[in-house]
Ligand binder design. Structure first.
Ligand SMILES: *[C@@H]1O[C@H](CO)[C@@H](O)[C@H](O)[C@H]1NC(C)=O
Ligand SMILES: *[C@@H]1O[C@H](CO)[C@@H](O)[C@H](O)[C@H]1NC(C)=O
Ligand SMILES: *[C@@H]1O[C@H](CO)[C@@H](O)[C@H](O)[C@H]1NC(C)=O
Length: 278
């Protein structure tokens, strides 16, 4: 009688033990609720695991929560949303759950404190790597397409006086120089330039330009000297002559005289003795 009672009690204890043992194995509900803040329940290993970088974990039964795109969290084991930090302008994170931010690529700008997608610069702009703003293409340069990392200088003989241009459409005008490609400046007297030339050139010997902005120099007329290329031609002195395009006047032979136009040395007039042409 007592033995049968004992057996029943043992059986009951055994059944209860098995039930309670089964209960500890049902972790989908029970164990998950026990995770500490900063960790989450990992189904595959049935353990609480430290929260990964890019996430924060409230603990209990909660799944890890990803930091938003545009944010990052470099630490593991974070327990609150305050662990998610802004990338700041000039860098970005393209997806949620990022452990670090990426430098904004050249040709784009990351303008927001929390940038998920860099903004490509438009034509007329440019940006180097890590930019928070696209820059306008500076004067003297052009930026012909979207997404440029640097501006291109106008080619020789062209200029842009304003910023933000996609081409250098202004040709340097005749009589002007455009050395910095950002403005045109008038050629000074004694020099010239053709249209599309970046610089002014000094007049050749025998040529002059007495005013500024000359497209070409003027040939020195016969009878004149143009040693001063910036001034007006000067008539040769008595006894001197010059041909067209000559820089200086030359003295006539001692037995000759210069004519009024100073373009030829003539024979001594009849009845006069010529020993010095001047
Ligand atoms: C863990 O498993 C449970 C039950 O299958 C499921 O409902 C839950 O979504 C899983 N959690 C994760 C984080 O995979
Ligand atoms: C052009 O460039 C030169 C040299 O960089 C600068 O001194 C000048 O101010 C510029 N002019 C304009 C109109 O931008
Ligand atoms: C050249 O001519 C200009 C204009 O007449 C004058 O101002 C300048 O002094 C002259 N230069 C010389 C070296 O004579």
């Amino acid at each position: 009688m007592a033995a049968r009672y004992k057996a029943v009690v043992l059986l009951l204890i055994g059944v209860l033990w098995i039930q309670s043992a089964q209960g500890t194995c049902d972790c989908t509900a029970d164990c998950a609720t026990n995770c500490n803040a900063g960790s989450y329940f990992d189904n595959s290993t049935s353990t609480c695991v430290a929260c990964n970088p890019g996430y924060y974990c409230l603990g209990g039964a909660n799944a890890a929560i990803a930091c938003a795109a545009g944010q990052y969290n470099g630490q593991s084991g974070s327990s609150s949303s305050s662990a998610c930090l802004s990338c700041g302008t000039g860098s970005y994170s393209g997806s949620s759950g990022s452990g670090s931010c990426t430098t904004c690529p050249a040709g784009s700008a990351c303008t927001l404190d929390e940038t998920a997608t860099p903004t490509e610069c438009l034509a007329g702009q440019f940006a180097g790597a890590g930019a928070s703003q696209c820059q306008p293409c500076p004067a003297g340069h052009f930026c012909p397409s979207n997404g440029l990392s640097s501006p291109t200088a106008c080619s020789d003989g062209f200029y842009n006086s304003v910023e933000g241009q996609t081409s250098c459409s202004s040709q340097c005008p005749a009589g002007h120089a455009c050395p910095n490609r950002n403005e045109s400046s008038i050629c000074p007297p004694g020099s010239y330039s053709a249209a599309g030339s970046a610089s002014c050139t000094e007049c050749d010997n025998g040529y002059y330009a007495s005013s500024s902005g000359a497209a070409s120099c003027t040939i020195c007329d016969a009878g004149y000297q143009c040693a001063n290329k910036t001034g007006s031609p000067a008539l040769c002195d008595l006894g001197f002559i010059s041909a067209a395009g000559a820089n200086d006047c030359t003295k006539c032979a001692s037995d000759k005289v210069s004519n009024n136009l100073r373009d030829s040395c003539d024979d001594c007039p009849a009845g006069v003795a010529c020993t010095d042409p001047t």
